[in-house]
Unconditional design. Sequence first.
Length: 328
Amino acid sequence: MKLPRRKFLHLAAGAAALPAASRLAWAQAYPSRAITIIVPFAVGGGTDVVARLLAQRMRQSLGQPVIVENVTGAGGTIAVGRVARAAPDGYTLSLGNNGSHVVTGATYAIHYDLLNDFEPIALLSTGPSVLVARKTMPADDLKGLIAWLKSNPDKATGGMTPGSFSHIAGLFLQKSTGTRFQFAPYRGMALAIQDLVAGQIDLAISDPVASLPQVRAGTIKAYGVTTKARLVSAPDIPTLDEAGLAGFDTSLWHGLWAPKGTPKNITTKLNAAVMDALAAPTMQARLADLGQEVFPTDRETPEALRTFQKAEIEKWWPIIKAAGIKAE
């Protein structure tokens, strides 16, 4: 039977609208099952702990389980690439830092676009890293450490995650001090700190989560933090700027992303859940214990993360490429 043209067009239009309507209903029902946050580093490091604190709070506001999954390797590119290829339904998210979501774009031949293959959700927290060394290091302050490194060129070993913030900070430490030391690759800084405690490597630039408990226990030495402000949770550790490296100021920050194409009402709901979590005094206190603080309220929107990340890429990529830094 041949349908009248008007009726045929009406039915065709209705059929074409079904996928969009289906997507809208699916987005409105979000979330209806567990959400997975992919972390590109090993369990126990700063990024992992931030993710687990956030997941616990988001579970309360979203009413569904929020699972943290650690996918390590290749400076975080395996994990971030997995999220880039995931379905844009809000159930697979990427929680990373300026190592995994800025530095790797200049140091690895990645097959995704850090800005265009993701939907930003929120900036999370920021804070310094700490320059630490083995307990038996024969130097009690930064000047002594630099002197020792200069008298032992290429003999010391520094732990880092390849292509990450710890790697770049280590390279800039060398450039700032005129020293040379070898790098030992790790899948996360928590693992590097374990070997530092055992005396198997000599130094590291690590997040406070992994390093401060060992500093407080006296099993490793701390020489300074990488920002111009001291850690609230460890005010006795000077900044590297105070200790003699004038102008040394770098911070480790965290963000949350979804795959490109995730519906706006889903990213908006996720952003609201993140902001609710970060506003909790208990959450802020726990972050402070880790040497992290939340971003100001004017950086709460998803667009603020996109703008901030873009500025960081424009700042660091030319420096990294000019230095010829590539992941090994």
